[in-house]
Design a binder for this molecule. Structure first.
Ligand code: HEM
Length: 341
């Protein structure tokens, strides 16, 4: 999801071709007469910086998870406004451009400028003082720092994603206003991921696993997807395990409509556990009109009321995302059920 132009520098860097890539980058650098080349050394420097900034933050109070989560969400919002059917030049995608004042982008400016957690690293300052002057596009930088987060937050830091560089930054992306997903249900997932981005339900389910990091707050969707604050700084398959291993019940708004899902105990409401409709619907068949009155597992504690109806699965209506959740979960099938939840 990137506005790739014909660019000799477009190239995948994978852990196995790193050295080749570095060599080729040097060759290209000469060939391109000093044009910027995203070398492996730079890519690894960014990984090191992200790791250092993350390590300086407290994991147990959620700051580290918010820092990592904010960066991943920044890159995700950049790619989620991609529309393969848009007019030429208005496709959007990973172009380093977001309208921060758009409602669905709330909180992302704070991530970029360095507000929120303390001490919140100002990645914008880092980019503008070091990487922008050497010619790195903001579009590439956002993807590189998100890849770095995935790596440094993954178990034993082994998840080293391939990286393609050569994106151009857009200074105006007003054409993409309104393309970010709402959290109403799987119609949003379908519109953004399947129709506009052109990926499969399985891919969409994999991407949604990003919610294992960080927390919701400013948007009014409040809580963590993982079961501990420290866990929300670790990139693993907890998102899927949590979805299947808890008794998620609707959180009602003042009109009695289901706003989100939680399994939090009442005394944990200061910072609840959270799933969005757009998460739960990947595995369960829930209504989009906010009228959900079911619980994802009535053998756990659904905390009474009409929510003791078992939510049907989405196996028949969205078999691909249903199967993907099954495939992406850990090996600890249902053995960590919290009997209090
Ligand atoms: C249907 C698609 C999606 C919807 C509706 C959605 C919605 C949301 C919402 C409402 C929040 C809370 C924001 C706040 O209050 O600060 C959030 C946070 C987050 N989202 Fe998504 N999201 C979607 C897809 C994704 C994808 C594909 C990724 C990553 C690949 C992602 C990564 C994150 C992360 C890491 C956070 C936590 C941010 C933080 O800690 O500051 N989201 N999302």
């Amino acid at each position: 999801f990137q506005n790739q132009q014909e660019n000799p520098h477009n190239k995948h860097i994978t852990p196995s071709n790193r050295q080749d890539t570095a060599d080729e980058a040097r060759r290209l650098q000469t060939a391109c007469n000093g044009d910027f080349v995203f070398t492996t050394a730079l890519y690894e420097q960014i990984q090191t910086e992200v790791a250092e900034m993350g390590n300086n933050l407290n994991a147990n109070n959620g700051d580290r998870g918010r820092f990592y989560g904010g960066i991943l969400r920044l890159a995700a919002h950049d790619f989620m406004d991609f529309d393969r059917n848009a007019a030429a030049g208005e496709e959007g995608g990973s172009d380093g451009c977001l309208i921060f004042t758009e409602e669905d982008n709330i909180g992302l400016e704070a991530t970029w400028v360095g507000e929120g957690v303390s001490p919140m690293p100002a990645i914008q300052v880092l980019y503008e003082s070091i990487y922008e002057p050497m010619g790195m596009s903001r579009a590439d930088y956002w993807v590189a720092i998100a890849n770095a987060v995935v790596k440094v937050a993954s178990p034993n830091q082994v998840l080293d994603l391939p990286f393609r560089y050569g994106r151009n930054t857009s200074e105006d992306c007003s054409f993409a206003i309104g393309r970010q997903p709402k959290a109403n249900g799987c119609s949003d997932v379908e519109e953004v991921f399947i129709n506009r981005m052109g990926v499969t339900w399985r891919d969409a389910t994999a991407l949604m696993g990003g919610h294992t990091l960080g927390a919701g707050s400013a948007s009014g969707h409040v809580g963590i997807w993982d079961n501990t604050r420290a866990g929300s700084a670790q990139f693993n398959n907890d998102f899927y395990d949590e979805m299947l291993n808890r008794s998620w019940r609707p959180v009602l708004d003042e009109d009695g409509n289901a706003h989100d899902w939680t399994w939090s105990t009442p005394n944990n409401n200061n910072f609840p556990f959270l799933m969005l409709h757009t998460d739960i619907c990947l595995y369960f068949d829930i209504p989009e009109d906010g009228s959900a009155d079911c619980c994802t597992d009535i053998s756990g504690n659904c905390r009474g009321g009409t929510q003791n109806n078992q939510c049907p699965t989405a196996e028949d209506i969205r078999p691909e995302s249903f199967q993907a959740v099954e495939d992406f979960r850990g090996n600890n099938n249902n053995n960590n059920r919290n009997t209090d939840g």
